[in-house]
Design a protein around this ligand. Structure first.
Ligand code: AMP
Length: 397
């Protein structure tokens, strides 16, 4: 899939609207605690500035649900942009109100304007056409560089693309990179190709599992979702997370894996806890001997060894979803051990965004992976084989 390329646009001295994903985590004092998403957009912004563009930036932050909520203001993002771009960034008081429209109109070549939080407008998440039209009216060109929200049909992501023809819109460098990377990995991986799939539930990753099965050589299951498979195999899983309504689907996946010759790995032991608490009493038990009422909250040491063996000859690894409740130190070991092993391997390693990206950063291995996606939900939808709504209108004909 080839996307409309920003380099094919005749941007010189023009006004360009860039949809970014500046939805960064902040601490209680509104300090940005991780600015990777802002830094990831700098290449596209600088490219436009080098073309002497007047640049209008827009993003959402958190979930203000269509109302102006001070703590979700993009002002801290404007300050960080100031610093990263080494130039003044003006922030509008609103999104498409008098102030934003006036500032966008007056914006000159080389100047940068940041609109206020797009989700202050109730129309944004409803893909409201009027809002799309107002946003589009601010600029001559539209660039989407917000991979993290491209799976959402929102006004500034999907609706707005309809107001620009193919000569006036494109994907930014970040969006292009993400789409190309996932496309290449899934369609043309160097083999053996393994997927490590974890996280809380089967339901959240079911479509991704089904889509990945015919493409991979091995699948390693971890996290809460493992227990639905283990239960289907007849194990007593105690009080572990389980989706009884998906036992049949779990069987189908295992049958399909067998039919396709895909090596399907499940945990052979787990860290079982008496309670879902950080300081709970814990035991390492085999998958066959999870005590009644206890819950498995991480993969155990034998599973880590087994998975390492299985991953040893792999050339491409795609990882989506933690192996355990990594937010609590006691249940983070499985994920951390697998992260270290994957990071040390010579395989191409691709980490789906969200929790997996977070855990890889926490253990300090961010730089060791080949590629870490900036979008959790969006990367999952790519793994499901979907065309993202924000990308559909940017595909080259
Ligand atoms: P997901 O959003 O589906 O990728 O799930 C990520 C969440 O799964 C994390 O917050 C983990 O704490 C949680 N998780 C991982 N393993 C388990 C487990 N064995 N039991 C319950 N929750 C888990």
């Amino acid at each position: 899939m080839e996307l409309l390329n920003i380099k094919d646009l005749d941007l010189e001295n023009k006004k360009v609207f860039i949809r970014c994903d500046f939805n960064v985590p902040m601490d209680e004092h509104s300090n940005i605690s991780d600015d990777r998403r802002i830094r990831s957009a700098i290449a596209t912004i600088n490219y436009c500035l080098d073309q002497k563009c007047a640049v209008i930036l827009a993003s959402h932050l958190g979930r203000p649900k269509g109302e102006v909520v001070e703590k979700f203001s993009l002002a801290p993002v404007a300050r960080r942009l100031n610093h990263l771009l080494k130039r003044d960034v003006v922030i509008a008081k609103d999104v498409v109100g008098e102030d934003a429209i006036a500032k966008a109109k007056a914006l000159k070549s080389g100047e940068v304007l940041l609109l206020e939080n797009l989700r202050y407008e109730p129309g944004e998440t409803n893909n409201d056409e009027e809002l799309s039209k107002k946003l589009a009216s601010m600029a001559e060109y539209y660039v989407n560089d917000a991979f993290g929200v491209s799976h959402r049909a929102h006004s500034s992501v999907e609706g707005i693309t309809k107001f620009f023809d193919n000569k006036h819109k494109a994907a930014g460098f970040l969006l292009s990179k993400e789409i190309q990377f996932f496309g290449k990995i899934i369609e043309n991986p160097v083999r053996p190709f393994a997927a490590i799939v974890g996280g809380s539930k089967v339901s959240g990753k079911l479509e991704a599992l089904v889509n990945l099965l015919p493409k991979v050589d091995k699948i390693f299951i971890g996290g809460g979702m493992a227990f639905t498979f283990l239960k289907q195999l007849g194990y007593d899983i105690g009080a572990s997370l389980v989706e009884d309504d998906l036992l049949g689907e779990a069987q189908k996946i295992m049958d399909e894996a067998k039919k396709l010759g895909v090596k399907f790995y499940l945990p052979v032991d787990v860290i079982a806890a008496e309670k879902f608490e950080a300081d709970s009493v814990i035991k390492i038990v085999t998958a066959q001997e999870i005590p009644h009422e206890w819950m498995g909250l991480d993969i155990g040491p034998a599973t880590v060894r087994l998975y390492r063996e299985g991953l040893n000859d792999v050339q491409t690894v795609l990882w989506n979803g933690p192996m355990g409740v990594y937010e609590m130190d006691r249940f983070a070991r499985g994920s951390s051990k697998i992260a270290n092993f994957v990071a040390d391997s010579y395989a191409t390693t691709v980490v789906g965004g969200g929790d997996t990206a977070d855990l890889v950063q926490r253990v300090g291995l961010g730089e060791e992976m080949t590629f870490i996606s900036t979008g959790g939900g969006a990367s999952l939808e790519l793994l499901e084989g979907k065309v993202l709504p924000g990308v559909a209108q940017l595909i080259k004909e």
